[in-house]
Design a protein. Structure first.
Ligand code: GDP
Ligand code: MG
Length: 771
């Protein structure tokens, strides 16, 4: 019986590891295009093979210890020592990919090269002499296309063979003085290690790799002895040890390329290059990016998207699900409070969120499409070129692009930034981008209050981007964050037709996590909210406010109206609920933003649990008072009473429309008639303020400091408040209804912001590299 075989997939970012992993194992890992997405390694069993497992390592360019990915991948290779390394090499980027290969073959583990993207190489008509390359590198090479699924089985059998055969022995040697030093090192320092591992360790010691040095714990005398050898080589070659090794590798690879690679037509640009000439053009790049994102948001969130959501809410949710359940509960004679809880609490809370699922899937579908075809990768690149002038690195935009799905992986993607200050700044700003969960808020405001305005929805996205850019520029000018931007290298994968499998998988994965939250967190808090807004103390008696409430007790109603600061006409039973009493004092804070009443305040707070909660909270709170409408006889126009003389209550027209009309009324009331403006300010505040707890947790983990976490959250809330304040106060000027003090403060704020943007930079300081 054969021994179990462990294959490790190693390769550059974007060379197709995850695609190959999925093809090998038949699993459905998400194929991300971002550095930092696959930091953890994943394991799976190879289909159709007994006892062969495969591990997908993070994408790396080299085995140096400078990034998290490199450390994870390298530790796995040297500590766990897989039986064979399947090195995936992107055939369209041979030269750069081989840099890693030259290091992998030194590890003393059998290496098989899977020469990937052969479909593209062949299409371009380029030729790679694999036989020659294989001889030079001393390992087997199999041509594959992970995407098209060709050559996969051959790759597996090559791996199995190699694992049972001999180790790969590197054919390449460095220049004389380096080899001389290496020989000394091997003899004095790593003699006790297994023979096949000695060379790799010797090279790392030569490079003065701290991690290896501290792991080996060499005696000071040995170290001093080695140092002499290294110094001698450095002197002779007039460079530092690490650069010597790097350069010699490149020279070696250049030689390999000459012998083994023919580009069909050197001057001919590939299709991908041609597209890039337009899409990453210095002048056109930004307008094209803006146009693309505008289209995406317009389609998902504009008239088409709100049509989808309306249909889901009204027909699917309202009529079928809720109507059906309500009828069922009534036929069972369920208690009134239970019917209320299920219908007004759960259906309106969870339902309001679920209604956005189709719209969200449309948005995610388009984002995945852009990502898979390779466009998204260009955005970070375009941004880098422009914002380098402001001292920002394109690396800071990758978390933002990831954050369009969810802020948590977005914040985590900031790990790839080595410069501590840039990393902190990026963590602070990533959550400004509207994530999937904020989408319902945008949909709610744009769809329900602005009649499906695509413009409002699109503006929400661009406000997020602007918040990131403005914050970046402002923060960079403070002493805390000053410094030169880190260099940014990112592989731009060739454009290719998106694979529907990848796109649908990505769309579904993101959509599903949304649905899961609706069924758990949001369900639970909807129930809690329903109780909190349904129970309270009316006139000194505790119970269900609806039952204790007396429409005719005008004296008491006036008292409540006074406490809530509203007209007696606007008072409802819910104003006496526990929730209203708790939130009312806090709501004062939001008065200057135009929505200082308890319901939006509760929504903002519950939004911290998960941003979708803003919408579910609206669904519960605003629906509640909508029901108290007496039915009218259609012919005579008279109010209807039943046999006992009790008024007949009627469901108001469509559920959705009714809720949103209530929302608009409330916003109109608190903003002195500027309901739409207040609603817009509400949206801005909720998009930019502190993110949900999960994202705050991610911020805390990544900042690894309570002080910085609070600073980040405080900054977000402050900026959100300032922007919403300016929008409402300055917006009122155009709507006719200025409040002088508000306007003055808003203008001062605006002037301060502009000053921050344009004041000169502090002298830049040296880069601080995270170890
Ligand atoms: P990873 O970063 O190494 O895990 O690479 P991925 O598996 O995420 O692949 C990066 C991109 O290259 C994806 O968009 C894949 O669809 C694409 N890709 C992978 N293998 C091939 C291939 O053989 N041919 C072509 N044309 N595209 C590929
Ligand atoms: Mg991957």
């Amino acid at each position: 019986m054969d021994k179990p075989i462990r294959i490790a997939l190693a390769g550059n970012p974007n060379c197709g590891k995850t695609t190959l992993f999925n093809a090998l194992t038949g699993t459905q890992q998400y194929v991300g295009n971002w550095p930092g997405v696959t930091v953890e390694k994943k394991e799976g069993r190879v289909r159709g093979q007994k006892d062969v497992t495969v591990t997908d390592l993070p994408g790396i360019y080299s085995l140096s210890p400078y990034t998290l990915e490199e450390v994870v991948a390298r530790n796995y290779l040297i500590e766990e020592r897989p039986d064979v390394i399947l090195n995936i090499v992107d055939g369209t980027n041979l030269e750069r990919n081989l840099y890693l290969t030259t290091q992998l073959v030194e590890l003393g583990i059998p290496v098989v090269i899977a020469l990937n993207m052969m479909d593209l190489v062949n299409r371009e008509g380029d030729t790679i002499n694999t036989a020659e390359l294989s001889r030079e590198l001393g390992c087997r090479i199999v041509e594959i296309s992970a995407l098209k699924g060709t050559g996969i089985d051959e790759a597996v059998s090559a791996c199995v063979e190699a694992a049972n055969g001999t180790k790969t022995v590197p054919q390449h040697s460095f220049s004389g003085s380096v080899e001389h030093a290496l020989a000394h090192i091997e003899e004095s320092a790593v003699h006790d290690l297994p023979e096949e591992q000695q060379r790799w360790y010797a090279i790392k010691i030569f490079e003065r790799d701290d991690k290896v040095l501290s792991k080996l714990g060499l005696a000071p005398a040995t170290l001093a002895h080695i140092e002499e050898d290294i110094k001698a080589a450095e002197k002779e070659l007039d460079d530092d040890a690490e650069s010597i090794i790097t350069n010699e590798r490149y020279v070696y690879i250049a030689g390999l390329m000459k012998g083994c690679y023919r580009k069909k037509n050197k001057s001919r640009l590939s299709v991908s290059d041609k597209i890039d000439r337009i899409v990453t053009n210095r002048i056109l790049a930004l307008p094209i990016f803006a146009l693309v994102m505008w289209l995406v948001y317009w389609i998902a969130m504009g008239p088409f998207g709100s049509f989808l959501t309306d249909w889901t809410n009204d027909v699917f949710g309202g009529e079928w699900l809720e109507g059906g359940t309500r009828a069922l509960l009534e036929s069972w004679g369920a208690a009134e409070w239970l019917t209320g809880l299920i219908s007004d609490g759960i259906f309106h809370g969870v339902g309001a969120v679920l209604g956005f699922v189709p719209q969200m899937l449309v948005l995610f579908f388009m984002l995945c499409l852009l990502e898979d075809c390779g466009y998204m990768a260009r955005i970070a690149f375009i941004m880098d070129r422009i914002f380098r002038r402001f001292g920002l690195s394109g690396k800071s935009f990758i978390p933002m692009l990831v954050g369009m799905g969810c802020g948590v992986p977005g914040v985590m993607a900031s790990r790839t930034i080595e410069n501590e200050r840039d990393r902190r700044m990026t963590i602070m700003t990533t959550c400004f981008i509207p994530c999937g969960a904020k989408m319902p808020i945008i949909g709610l405001i744009a769809g329900a209050l602005f009649g499906g305005s695509g413009l409002v929805a699109v503006s929400a996205y661009f406000i997020g981007v602007a918040a990131i850019i403005v914050s970046g520029i402002m923060l960079k000018k403070t002493k805390m964050f000053a410094g030169d931007p880190a260099p940014f290298v990112m592989e731009l994968p060739a454009y290719h037709a998106p694979s529907m499998g990848n796109v649908l998988r990505g769309t579904w994965e993101r959509g599903w996590s949304f649905i899961k939250r609706a069924g758990t967190v949001i369900l639970l808090s909807s129930i809690v909210l329903w109780f909190l807004q349904g129970f309270g103390t009316v006139n000194g008696r505790f119970g269900m406010v609806d039952e204790l409430w007396d429409e005719n007790d005008t004296a008491y109603i006036a008292e409540v109206a006074d406490r809530m600061g509203v007209d007696a006409d606007d008072v409802t039973a819910a104003d006496d609920s526990i929730l209203a009493r708790a939130a009312q004092p806090v709501s004062v804070v939001f008065k200057p933003l135009g929505y200082g009443s308890w319901k939006p305040t509760v929504a903002t707070v519950t939004g911290l649990i998960a941003k979708e909660e803003v919408v579910s909270t609206f669904g519960i709170l605003y629906n509640y008072d909508a029901k108290a409408e007496q039915a009218v006889d259609e012919e005579t126009g008279e109010l209807l009473f039943d046999e006992d003389g009790e008024p007949v209550m009627e469901e108001l027209d469509e559920e959705g429309a009714q809720i949103w009309a209530n929302v608009e009324d409330d916003f109109n009331r608190t903003s002195g008639g500027h309901g739409k403006l207040a609603a817009y300010a509400f949206m801005i505040f909720n998009l930019l303020c502190a993110p949900c707890f999960a994202a705050m947790g991610a911020i805390k983990r990544e900042m690894n400091s309570a002080k910085w976490t609070w600073f980040a959250i405080g900054y977000m809330c402050l900026l959100a408040y300032a922007v919403a304040f300016m929008v409402f106060q300055i917006g009122k000027v155009f709507a006719g209804g200025v409040s002088v003090i508000g306007l003055i403060i808003a203008l001062v704020l605006l002037a301060f912001l502009i000053y921050q943007l344009f004041r000169p930079y502090r002298e830049s300081q040296k880069l601080e590299i995270r170890q």
